[in-house]
Design a protein around this ligand. Structure first.
Ligand SMILES: Cc1cc2nc3c(=O)[nH]c(=O)nc-3n(C[C@H](O)[C@H](O)[C@H](O)COP(=O)(O)OP(=O)(O)OC[C@H]3O[C@@H](n4cnc5c(N)ncnc54)[C@H](O)[C@@H]3O)c2cc1C
Ligand SMILES: NC(=O)c1ccc[n+]([C@@H]2O[C@H](COP(=O)([O-])OP(=O)(O)OC[C@H]3O[C@@H](n4cnc5c(N)ncnc54)[C@H](OP(=O)(O)O)[C@@H]3O)[C@@H](O)[C@H]2O)c1
Length: 275
């Protein structure tokens, strides 16, 4: 058990039959940068079963939040969705990831483009005061198939704005831009379509993506990453090199599924594929 620690579940909340979030204890020695991910899991049939999970809480928090899918017959999530306060989960000792502020060149506006559970790393980034020290405007977009799938993000943004500590940094810098693709909603369509049609820029009263001022982080399915990456490149943005890490780590730390655990690249925009 040397590669991971056992953490206690503090709270669990279910949003839909496909989505839930949970909070666990944080070991004092566990350090991470807002936006990174860690391996978490359970003992299944006497063996550790772990998957990559974005840490959805900021680096200053005393506990750790996660936001999860429930995949029917998913090896991990078919079990994980049943956790309750007091239960134990396994957690890796190292966090990694490229969706961190250090990877971005200075800019004025930060776009955080997410679909589905891809909002999880940004739940961390938007609660980090440093985000607002570095950028004048932070636009969090979240696109889901159904309205109910927006609940987590909607409540998160409200909490961030009302937080006595972080709220002061946030001010009016944080813009929440939700959309839905398969149900009626006040804003319909994929973020890519809303960008192509100029809807997002018109609605927010801002100029289109501009490499001089704008930086972008992206988190969603491979398909979504590719589509968003295309838009960024068309606008003249370039991928940034993977940021330097504060501590040494190697592929072998991602013992569960190394090829899954490694986020792909970043840039003025950065990518973070979900399987
Ligand atoms: C860097 C990284 C960070 C991740 N962060 C998160 C996170 O914060 N929250 C989270 O729920 N998952 C996250 N994932 C996915 C996670 O690692 C697992 O795949 C997921 O928990 C399902 O595990 P499973 O064993 O039940 O099914 P798996 O065998 O891992 O997946 C089965 C299938 O379910 C679908 N699937 C898996 N995860 C998702 C998802 N998140 N959204 C939609 N469909 C999915 C895919 O079609 C996949 O092929 C992340 C993956 C990577 C690589
Ligand atoms: N009830 C169910 O059983 C149920 C419901 C939903 C999903 N699922 C399963 O779960 C998996 C993941 O579903 P998910 O909803 O979390 O993720 P998803 O299929 O990636 O969809 C999330 C959001 O991203 C949008 N999107 C997809 N591809 C995009 C692209 N290339 N560019 C921009 N936006 C894009 C989707 O729009 P579109 O709607 O236009 O695709 C949707 O609004 C799916 O593969 C599916 O099999 C099951």
């Amino acid at each position: 058990m040397g590669a991971f620690t056992e953490e206690t579940v503090i709270a669990v909340r279910h949003y839909t039959d496909r989505l839930f979030s949970f909070r666990v204890t944080r070991p004092q020695s566990f350090r991470f940068r807002s936006g990174e991910f860690v391996m978490i899991g359970l003992m299944v049939d006497g063996k550790p079963l772990l998957r990559a999970y974005s840490i959805a809480s900021p680096s200053w928090d005393e506990e750790l939040d996660f936001y999860s899918i429930k995949v029917p017959n998913g090896p991990l999530t078919s079990q994980l969705q049943h956790i309750e306060p007091g239960d134990t989960i396994l957690m890796g000792k190292k966090s990694v990831g490229t969706l961190v502020l250090d990877a971005l060149e200075p800019g004025k506006r930060l776009y955080l483009l997410s679909t589905g559970t891809g909002i999880a790393p940004f739940a961390s980034v938007i609660r980090d005061p440093e985000t607002y020290e570095r950028f004048d405007q932070v636009i969090l977009t979240h696109t889901c198939r159904e309205v109910a799938e927006l609940t987590y993000g909607k409540e998160l943004v409200k909490t961030v704005r009302e937080d006595p500590l972080v709220g002061e940094f946030v001010g009016d810098k944080l813009v929440y831009y939700p959309s839905v693709t398969r149900e009626e909603f006040e804003r319909k369509g994929r973020i890519t379509q809303l960008m192509d049609d100029g809807v997002i820029y018109d609605e927010l009263g801002i100029p289109p993506l501009n490499p001089e001022t704008d930086r972008v982080m992206i988190c969603g399915s491979m398909d979504m990453l590719e589509s968003c990456k295309q838009r960024c490149e068309q606008a003249g943005l370039k991928e940034a090199p993977t940021p330097a890490r504060p501590s040494m780590w190697s592929r072998s730390h991602l013992w569960a599924e190394p090829e899954q655990g490694l986020a792909s690249l970043s840039g003025p925009f950065r990518l973070y594929p979900l399987p």
